[in-house]
Design a protein around this ligand. Structure first.
Ligand SMILES: [Zn+2]
Length: 297
């Protein structure tokens, strides 16, 4: 298996400026990499111009087969998804073998590699990046349906291999030196991994990896009018990927009461207090830590 063409994408969400900045920087600084053909893409130009996550619909939820095939839709992002699918895809048989999609988060996620698909190359990349950065987090969000082949709506789902990257915490709409630096390093490490893969010179990797697998989404408590009635408790704030046990505080209510975690089994919160999810009343997600074999064929 050789990977020849790599797409490096920023601005899938128009208010995540790090990826936009790095696309503009790297397309000049790094037009190619050791024989790899690179394509730089700003995914959502209208949202970038307006410093908004999206105009009509979340672009990173617009790449399902159904959305891509719907010729009736007039929403800006559904049209952008079709253009990007034409340029990088088509989904399932893509021109670009590997997509790096750079995101940021307001949550304290550090550098997180989000698996949209578990396969040998993605797992080897996870091992490689973990060795380059020992605080790297690995997060797997399985398809909603139990069917392993079920369709996913993410930009990265155009290609089988890739790196959906989340770095934070950083507020929307601004640039932070440390976040730019670690994102750029991770992109460069990924390109180096691909050249090692192509030359059959990857180092040996451990037999298994620990990853966090998504379990469920926790919503903010709301009143009958849909107003949020509690916020994230200070003890949970910034505790992404830290163990959450029964009896730990999770919310603090409008009438000054603490709400505690009631789950019998310990879990690991992810995307705690992510600003972009408030419009859906999402407070955080729960994941469990699992060990996964790296010996997939
Ligand atoms: Zn994003």
């Amino acid at each position: 298996m050789k990977i020849n063409k790599v797409a490096i994408v920023g601005g899938t969400h128009g208010n995540e400026n790090t990826g936009v900045f790095l696309v503009n920087k790297l397309k000049n600084a790094l037009p190619e990499y050791k024989g790899l053909k690179l394509k730089y893409l700003l995914a959502n130009p209208m949202a970038i111009k307006n410093t908004r996550r999206f105009m009509d619909h979340d672009l990173n939820r617009s790449f399902g087969i159904k959305e891509l095939q719907n010729i009736e839709s007039s929403e800006y992002e559904f049209n952008r998804a079709k253009v990007i699918n034409y340029e990088l895809g088509p989904k399932g048989n893509p021109k670009y073998d590997f997509i790096i999609d750079m995101h940021t988060t307001t949550s304290n996620m550090g550098v997180t590699f989000i698996f949209s698909e578990i396969n040998k190359i993605n797992l080897q990349l996870a091992c490689y990046l973990s060795e380059k950065n020992d605080s790297l987090n690995l997060y797997y969000h399985p398809p909603e349906s139990k069917d392993v082949d079920s369709d996913q709506p993410y930009l990265n789902s155009i290609s089988t291999f890739g790196l959906p990257l989340e770095v934070g915490p950083v507020p929307n709409g601004l640039l932070r030196h440390d976040v730019i630096e670690i994102t750029e390093k991770t992109v460069r490490d990924t390109l180096e991994f691909i050249t090692l893969l192509n030359n059959d010179s990857l180092p040996d990797f451990p037999d298994s990896l620990e990853i966090f697998q998504y379990i469920e989404t926790i919503l903010f408590p709301c009143d009958d009018d849909g107003n949020i009635t509690a916020y994230i408790h200070k003890d949970l704030q910034d505790k992404d990927f830290c163990q959450l046990k029964q009896g730990d505080p999770i919310f603090y209510t409008v009438d000054n009461k603490t709400i505690y975690f009631e789950n019998e089994f310990p879990m690991y919160p992810v995307f705690v207090n992510e600003a972009a999810y408030y419009y859906q009343d999402i407070a955080f997600s729960l994941s469990k830590k699992i060990s996964i074999s790296t010996h997939l064929t």
